[in-house]
Design a binder for this molecule. Structure first.
Ligand code: 4GX
Length: 229
């Protein structure tokens, strides 16, 4: 898998991918993360990437030419998708993440300011994905969230112990409570069932906890889960 990120702030992308599980997977060549900076494709001496909006109004708009040229410089793999991160997109969810994890290449378009000259959308025709109904200052964080979520579904990114099969959402439920040493902390004790080594009982306990928690914390997910039983 190759992630190609079109961004005016490549360091934001590179830095995040240099830690923890992401770093290990990149080092092991499970996937790679490249950045393409539209500023490198400007044609004027001031390297201008944005301009004031036609029709007036606040903020700046990203110019079409540097962005489209940056996009067209990317070598396309056969099995690829181009995604624009924007509050106008479809909300990201586990099923979309699974679908994206099957691709060989994901091109991510990060915007800043008021967004893109509409002709960038007209020409590139990206799929638009949103992280949720709130507004950020730029597309880099949502792009990183998408890379992070997709990369952990790729074989080799997670070790056996971190396995994605036991994630929340893989079974439509949120996670059961976790505990580690010590057995007692500030008078709070670890549930007895987790200490007895009976894995059938432990699994039953965990499933019951997952169901209970989903019911109270995420009634929307619980309804969907019930339907699928
Ligand atoms: N989930 N933003 C993108 C600039 C922009 C505006 C319009 C394209 C069209 C966001 C989100 C998000 C803020 C990233 C505006 N780009 N992205 N940016 N929520 O709020 O994905």
């Amino acid at each position: 898998m190759i992630f190609d990120v079109i961004t005016l702030f490549p360091e934001m992308i590179k830095d995040y991918c240099g830690y923890s599980i992401m770093k290990r997977a990149v080092d092991n060549e499970i996937f790679s993360v490249n950045t393409i900076n539209p500023r490198d494709f400007t044609l004027d001496k001031h390297k201008k990437v944005d301009d004031t909006p036609y029709g007036g109004g606040a903020g700046m708009v990203l110019m079409a030419q540097p962005y489209v040229d940056a996009y067209e410089s990317i070598k396309r793999q056969e099995n690829s998708a181009t995604i624009m991160l924007s509050p106008q997109g479809e909300p990201l969810a586990d099923c979309i993440v699974n679908e994206l994890a099957k691709l060989d290449q994901i091109i991510l378009m990060c915007g800043h300011y008021e967004g893109f000259d509409e002709r960038i959308r007209d020409i590139i025709k990206p799929r638009e994905i949103s992280l949720g109904d709130f507004v950020l200052t730029g597309g880099e964080l949502p792009a990183l969230c998408l890379i992070d979520a997709v990369s952990r579904k790729i074989n080799g990114t997670l070790g056996k112990i971190e396995s994605a099969d036991e994630d929340s959402f893989s079974n439509g439920l949120i996670e059961y409570p976790h505990y580690t040493r010590p057995r007692e902390y500030r008078g709070l004790v670890v549930p007895e069932v987790l200490l007895n080594g009976n894995h059938k009982e432990i699994n039953e306990y965990r499933l019951r906890q997952s169901i209970e928690r989903t019911k109270t914390k995420r009634p929307d997910l619980y309804k969907k889960w019930l339907k699928n039983q």
